[in-house]
Every structure is written in structure tokens, then in C-alpha cells.
Design a protein around this ligand. Structure first.
Ligand SMILES: [Cu+2]
Length: 137
């Protein structure tokens, strides 16, 4: 376990430019897509953006945003999501989310889905997103 903890700190123990917490995926039985949510925090003094997402369990992952226009909700793709210095940005139901397309297999409630967030400075952040039931709030 200690080895894992140290390895997770990465090269030279550099602080990540962006922290990711509360990552989860909503299980959608029978569907080949799933949505992932998390909270981003930028502890630094410069803005940084998430410019891409990937997961080994999905053929493609995209940043989406759900929007309410009048009485209709629609989803649209976002090329990037900026996190200002010191700010927190939440990916949550009815808002920003990561859409996992072409899932290679069904996701089981309780399992961890690896996600890699690509950042505008060329680095990346890895996170595990816990699968929650379809009925999770
Ligand atoms: Cu979506």
C-alpha cells in the first residue's frame, strides 16, 4: 500500500496542477454510454483547462454539457473546460459531465473506472471513478 501511495505522487512529488475529487460514474444498464462526474480544483496561481479525457474502458470520451433551454434539455460537446486559479469546477448531473462512448463492457456498480484528464499544460491527471447505481442522485 505504501508503494502505491508513493507511486501515486508521481515524478519528483510535484503537486498536480489540478486536483480531482469525488469522481463517479452513473451506471446505465444496457447502454453503451455512461456519464462521469467529478470535482476539479485548481490550487495554483494560473488558470488551467481540461482539454480532453480518455478511459481504457471506453472507445471515446468527450466533455459534454447539459443545458436547459426553455423546457428542453440538450447536450453539447465542449472542447475544453477552464478552471481559473484557485477555483473549483463541478462536473455534476444536469451540467458538465464526461460522456463515455463505446464502452468495451458493462460497468458494474462499485467498480472503479480509470479516467485520464488531459490538461492544457500538456500534463495529465489520472483518477478512478466509482460506479454508482442508476438511481444515484
Ligand atoms: Cu453527455
Amino acid at each position: 500500500m505504501l508503494w502505491f501511495a508513493l507511486a501515486a505522487l508521481g515524478p519528483a512529488c510535484a503537486a498536480p496542477p489540478l486536483t480531482v475529487s469525488d469522481a463517479w460514474v452513473r451506471a446505465t444498464p444496457g447502454a453503451e454510454v455512461a456519464a462521469a462526474y467529478f470535482t476539479l480544483h485548481n490550487p495554483g496561481s494560473a488558470p488551467i483547462s481540461v482539454v480532453g479525457v480518455s478511459s481504457p474502458l471506453a472507445g471515446m470520451a468527450m466533455i459534454h454539457e447539459t443545458r436547459l433551454t426553455g423546457t428542453q434539455t440538450s447536450m453539447r460537446a465542449r472542447d475544453a473546460v477552464a478552471v481559473p486559479a484557485g477555483a473549483t469546477v463541478r462536473f455534476a448531473p444536469e451540467g458538465l459531465h464526461v460522456m463515455l462512448h463505446d464502452l468495451h463492457r458493462a460497468l458494474n456498480v462499485g467498480e472503479d473506472v480509470p479516467l485520464v484528464l488531459l490538461l492544457s499544460d500538456g500534463s495529465s491527471v489520472s483518477v478512478s471513478a466509482r460506479v454508482r447505481p442508476l438511481t444515484a442522485p
